[in-house]
Write a protein of this length. Structure first.
Ligand code: C5P
Length: 227
């Protein structure tokens, strides 16, 4: 069977990665969480005195961006890929509220996007890839054979994120998460470079009232139509 490229874009915390991961596993494709890459650059910026939450030292980040190596390695315990930053496992550290609250300004920088997009395109050269993010169908893989744009209400997305953090035993406040979800939606949609928008040829999926199972079924139907 010929391998295709699958781009899954949409708002934050709307279950994109769950569906992308499931699909990739079932069909034997590589899964790449592009948001994890922007999160890793953000963690690097926090830990190296580049971003304190107010000002970004863009000159330092511009100089260092090419030395920031991001990779994914399968974690045998979870069966899922963990994110590595310069060969250190940062999977848990990139999922904190601190990184969530600082990632959108970092990912709005043009030179950060140029570098990440180049790395993502290299990862997808052979096709057989499912990548989720904000600009995959519009910028990274505009020729993708299957493009999905996922959305759900901010409240349901915040609730899912809250449940996820709680399940991992992390501290979480629903109001803080809802505020963060709305703030990221705004910045992601209004930035100059590659703003979040649905590609014209993407299929729209509003999963506010769908279970994970229903969503999975819908996605498989779409995959079977094009592959
Ligand atoms: O997908 P996730 O919510 O982990 O992404 C974190 C942030 O990374 C997003 O809010 C967005 O600012 C940025 N991002 C991006 N382009 C992508 C993926 C994520 O700008 N392709």
């Amino acid at each position: 069977m010929k391998k295709i490229t699958i781009a899954i874009d949409g708002f934050s915390s709307c279950g994109k990665s769950t569906m992308a991961k499931d699909l990739a596993r079932e069909v034997g494709y590589i899964y790449i969480d592009s948001g994890a890459m922007y999160r890793a650059v953000t963690l690097y910026s926090i830990e190296n005195g580049i971003f304190d939450g107010n000002d970004i030292d863009t000159e330092k980040l511009r100089k260092e961006i090419r030395n920031i190596r991001i990779s994914f390695r399968l974690n045998p315990a979870t069966g899922r890929p963990d994110t590595y930053l310069n060969d250190v496992n940062v999977e848990n550290r990139i999922r904190t509220m601190e990184v969530s609250s600082k990632v959108s300004p970092i990912s709005a920088l043009d030179f950060v996007r140029t570098e990440m997009v180049a790395q993502q395109q290299a990862m997808g050269k052979e096709k057989g890839i499912v990548m989720d993010g904000r600009d995959i169908g519009t910028t990274v893989f505009p020729e993708a054979e299957l493009k999905i744009f996922v959305t759900a209400t901010p409240e349901i997305r915040a609730q899912r994120r809250y449940d996820e953090l709680k399940a991992k035993g992390q501290e979480a406040s629903f109001d803080e998460i809802l505020e963060n979800v709305k703030q990221r939606d705004y910045i992601d949609q209004h930035r100059e470079v590659s703003p979040l928008r649905k590609a014209e040829d993407a299929l729209l999926l509003d999963n506010t009232n769908l279970t994970i199972e229903q969503q999975k079924e819908w996605l498989f139907e779409q995959f079977n139509k094009v592959s």
